[in-house]
Design a binder for this molecule. Structure first.
Ligand SMILES: [Fe+2]
Ligand SMILES: [Fe+2]
Length: 328
């Protein structure tokens, strides 16, 4: 085999998708930019980190040279032709971009729909299932009304949103998956600990609704003004108050407890909660939220790691390497 043939073998075609990238290979593909951040190298010069996506998934990338030029000219939400090298950083695939250019008239060998993120499950069906599940555990007429109002007012945006900008559940349907998962656990735990199940379920439903307004996911994942200045706990609380105001005679003490669950669900003031949990139901919501996000982070880290030994690379958000049982 000649050197030329060897090189050709490792050069992927433009139809290759992110999930097929292998460490060590060169790519020359179309990708959509979801996010661009300018950072500073140790020597003080700038570089860029990019979040890139296609319909198969997402990947991080870096541009080490001409960062100021690219930062000025690249647009979040735009599709570009990207040539580079697939490496690894912090246990994840990471592209070193050599050339990235805007599309020209000759770039016809791709389809716009290749860059539309598709949820992995039927979000409409799952959302309806979640609301039905919740209502089957409710008897309080005010909370039943609130669940219906939530569905009509926020349902469409909620089911098409991410669970987080990065780190866990950051895909369409992620917020729904996360919320429904906690809801199922909330029923089991509320019954086990003899807590107010209806209060916990309502807190679960509203706890992350603020994320829908905290950051946009299309055309790029980007924090909104109210997201950056208020955060999703305060926004979520406001959304609850808006809906509650449409229900005549909603009990004040119940309203106060629901608000408490929403604003205390991060558990500690240093994690963004204006108040810490002070009733058992709020402790439960906080713990279940943490449980669901932590286990998702572990699952995603294990799924994304290409392991050579028994342990994954360092997973920064968990502060450790994970044991990966040998396959087979
Ligand atoms: Fe949250
Ligand atoms: Fe959450």
């Amino acid at each position: 085999m000649t050197l030329f043939e060897n090189k050709k073998l490792h050069f992927s075609d433009s139809k290759k998708t992110i999930k097929d990238y292998k460490s060590g290979e060169k790519i020359d593909v179309y990708l959509k930019i979801q996010g661009i951040t300018k950072k500073t190298k140790k020597d003080g010069s700038p570089y860029l980190t990019l979040e890139l996506m296609d319909k198969s998934g997402k990947v991080s990338a870096k541009i080490w040279e001409n960062a100021d030029h690219y930062f000025k000219n690249l647009q979040e939400g735009g599709i570009y032709k990207v040539s580079g090298f697939v490496g690894e950083y912090m246990n994840q695939k990471d592209i070193r971009i050599d050339v990235i250019r805007a599309l020209g008239p000759r770039d016809t060998d791709f389809d716009e729909t290749d860059f539309v993120e598709k949820p992995a499950f039927d979000t409409r069906e799952t959302f309806d299932e979640m609301i039905d599940f919740m209502k089957s555990h409710l008897s309080n007429p005010f909370l039943l009304q609130l669940a219906d109002l939530f569905a009509t007012e926020h349902g469409d945006k909620f089911k098409n949103h991410y669970g987080a900008q990065k780190i866990h559940h950051s895909y369409i349907g992620g917020l729904l998956e996360h919320t429904y998962s906690i809801m199922k656990l909330a029923v089991l735990c509320s019954e086990h600990y003899k807590l107010d199940k209806e209060l916990v379920l309502t807190g679960v439903l509203f706890h992350d609704i603020g994320k829908v307004y905290e950051f946009n996911v299309n055309p790029a994942v980007e924090v909104t003004i109210e997201g950056g200045l208020l955060g999703h706990l305060i926004i979520g609380n406001t959304k609850f108050l808006e809906l509650k105001s449409r229900i005549n005679g909603f009990p004040e003490d119940l309203s106060c407890k629901i608000q408490h669950l929403i604003i205390s669900h991060h558990g500690e003031k240093e994690f963004g909660s204006p108040e810490v949990p002070k009733i058992p139901e709020a402790f439960l919501l906080h713990i279940l939220d943490l449980l669901d996000s932590k286990l998702k982070i572990v699952e995603e880290a294990l799924n994304n790691s290409e392991v050579k030994g028994l342990f994954s690379d360092y997973v920064q958000v968990l502060g450790r390497r994970l044991y990966v049982p040998p396959k087979g």
